[in-house]
Structures are given as structure tokens and as C-alpha cells.
Design a protein. Structure first.
Length: 338
């Protein structure tokens, strides 16, 4: 695959990429909503929204395939950030730019629109198909409209103070060590650091810790197999992102257990968010190759309005989670005063 030219003033573009503070961060519902819509609108199997760094293309939101990053030099998006036009590859196997790419037999058709932040092209919203296609002027206009929606989300995406600090403290190539590849959430190490940072912040009036556990997950693995279990974990993670507020942080704590950090909430709002999570997870079966799987979750909630020890809060939330599971599962329990 021939190496694409680098745009003039690339250093300014890369500076804007860093200012987005999105390299190496997990998937978010605000962007997943756009990629899901693109997949339906264009009837394609694959959609991606990625942030294009110096060496990596960070897959902020994907539909139809797995992955969190790719080498920029191997990506069609490398060409898309060169100008403000829709970049199109009608048949990758015949296109001199990408015919020998690793993805030429998979992303046979490609159309991508650049995403701007602070006046620079920092990322790409793109669609892909496994067969050659043509793209009409109306379809290109529709893709640009979706790109404008994505750019708006880039502008308004407000990472919490702790998430910003975490993002700024790591180099691009190190950020992937903070992401759980299966669920595209923060991993245990990162979510614990985020929780500790939020607790130490003097600007937050209160904080809630949610321990979320998928009910009967062992039975899912035993009855449907581990690939189905992985699909359940991915689907539940997406539903958690959808139910949580934009500034909330959530990570995979271990196995089928997740930990969410809610800042600036009291007990009533923490319970409302928890119930929204529970409802979102259980509302419809998860479809996978092995069939439809009905899933529910139990949630333990601990709220602190004063400076508190993280281990103590997690212990309180874990005790509440135990009561939720002991009381029949698929329910929310608040931690008892200690």
C-alpha cells in the first residue's frame, strides 16, 4: 500500500488531535448513536468513527467489527484527513491507493468524511461494505450531515476533570493499556484511578460508586459458550454507556462486574441512574449466533457527600450488590449507613 502524503501543517493538526483529549479513551454513547444511525441509513455492515493521530487511528466508535486501533499508514482514513472532501473507494481491490491494503478484501467499498475540531481535520466518520458500491451526491450530502453531528459531539463532549487528567498523563501509544479491549470501557486500573481522582477533587459535592454485576453470567457461558458470553459483555457495556450520563465514568472491574463513578449526585439521583441502567440492560434480549439471551443485572450503590476512602466506598457498594443478588437479582440496593 503506497504511503499517503502528509498534509501541510500536520503539526497543527496533531496539536488539535491532542486537544480533543479523545485518543485512547473508551467508546461513548454520544458517538455510538451516530455510527448506529449511519449503519442504518446507508445499509452497510461496517461503520467507524476514528481519531487520526500521528501513528495510530483510534477507533472511538465502531459498528460491525472488533478493534480499538489501527496503524494510520494502513488506514483508508489516512487519505480522508488530507482535505475536506468525501474520500471514496468504490472497489479497494482496484484502487491504486489501497489495493494491497490488509483490508482490501474486507472494506471493498469505503466512504469517509473528515471531522474537524478547532479548525483542523482530527478524525473521520466512514462507512464500509464488503462489495463494490456507488455513492450518489445525496448520499454524500447525508454522510456530511452525519459528520457535522459528530463534529458537534466533539465540541460538546465534556470529559470529567479526572478523565481529562488521565488522558493528559499518558502518551498516545500508552493509552491502550487503560482500555478493556473486549468491552471498550476503562479497565480496572483506569476506573480505579478515575474514582480516586474524583474522590480527591474538592469541586465535587458528592460521589456515587455503582457496582454492577451481570446476573447468572456463569450459566450464560455454560449454556451458550464463551463466545456468547463475550457478546453479552460487549452488549451490556454498550447499554451501560447509553444509560449513564455523559460525564459519568464506567469500567470493567473484573469478569462480569462493572464499576461506575457518578460525580455530583446525591442518593436519589444515584438511584435513578442505577434504575435506568437496570432497565436498559433487561429491556430486550441480546442477539448472538447462539440465539437470543435474556440478561439482567444487579446493582449496589454507595454515596458519599464528604471525603471518603475509596476502598471503603467500594466495600459498601459491594455489600449492597450482595444484598441485591441475595434478594432475587435484577434489582438495585443502596448501601447501608456505616
Amino acid at each position: 500500500m503506497p504511503e499517503a502524503p502528509v498534509a501541510p501543517q500536520e503539526f497543527r493538526r496533531l496539536a488539535a488531535v491532542q486537544r480533543t483529549r479523545l485518543l485512547g479513551t473508551p467508546a461513548e454513547e454520544r458517538f455510538d448513536r451516530i455510527t448506529r444511525l449511519a449503519r442504518r441509513m446507508f445499509d452497510v455492515p461496517m461503520v467507524c468513527l476514528d481519531i487520526v493521530g500521528e501513528k495510530l487511528a483510534w477507533l472511538k466508535s465502531v459498528q460491525g467489527f472488533d478493534g480499538v486501533e489501527g496503524m494510520r499508514k494502513d488506514s483508508y482514513c489516512h487519505y480522508t484527513v488530507l482535505n475536506d472532501q468525501v474520500c471514496m473507494v468504490r472497489d479497494a481491490r482496484k484502487d491504486p491507493r489501497v489495493f494491497d491494503s490488509l483490508f482490501a478484501d474486507t472494506w471493498v467499498f469505503y466512504a469517509g468524511v473528515p471531522l474537524h475540531f478547532d479548525g483542523e481535520r482530527v478524525g473521520v466518520l466512514c462507512i464500509g461494505d464488503k462489495r463494490p458500491r456507488n455513492f450518489t451526491s445525496d448520499q454524500m450530502a447525508a454522510l456530511r450531515d452525519l459528520g457535522a453531528m459528530a463534529e458537534h459531539e466533539l465540541e460538546v463532549a465534556a470529559l470529567s476533570e479526572a478523565q481529562v487528567n488521565l488522558a493528559l498523563s499518558n502518551e498516545e501509544l500508552e493509552m491502550k493499556a487503560r482500555i478493556d479491549v473486549l468491552t471498550r470501557l476503562w479497565n480496572r486500573r483506569a476506573i480505579m484511578e478515575l474514582a480516586a481522582e474524583e474522590l480527591s477533587s474538592q469541586t465535587r459535592p458528592s460521589i456515587a460508586i455503582l457496582m454492577i454485576d451481570i446476573d447468572h453470567f456463569k450459566h450464560i457461558n455454560d449454556n451458550f459458550g464463551h463466545p456468547a458470553g463475550d457478546e453479552v459483555l460487549r452488549a451490556v457495556a454498550a447499554r451501560l454507556r447509553k444509560a449513564l450520563r455523559p460525564d459519568d465514568a464506567v469500567g470493567r472491574y473484573g469478569g462480569e462486574e462493572f464499576l461506575a463513578v457518578l460525580s455530583g449526585v446525591g442518593q436519589e439521583e444515584a438511584l435513578q441512574v442505577s434504575e435506568r441502567i437496570r432497565t436498559e440492560v433487561v429491556q430486550k434480549p441480546i442477539c448472538c449466533e447462539q440465539g437470543e439471551i435474556t440478561v439482567s443485572c444487579s446493582i449496589g450503590v454507595a454515596v458519599s457527600t464528604t471525603p471518603a476512602d475509596l476502598d471503603r466506598l467500594i466495600c459498601m457498594a459491594d455489600s449492597a450488590l450482595y444484598r441485591a443478588k441475595s434478594s432475587g437479582r435484577n434489582r438495585v440496593e443502596i448501601a447501608l449507613k456505616q
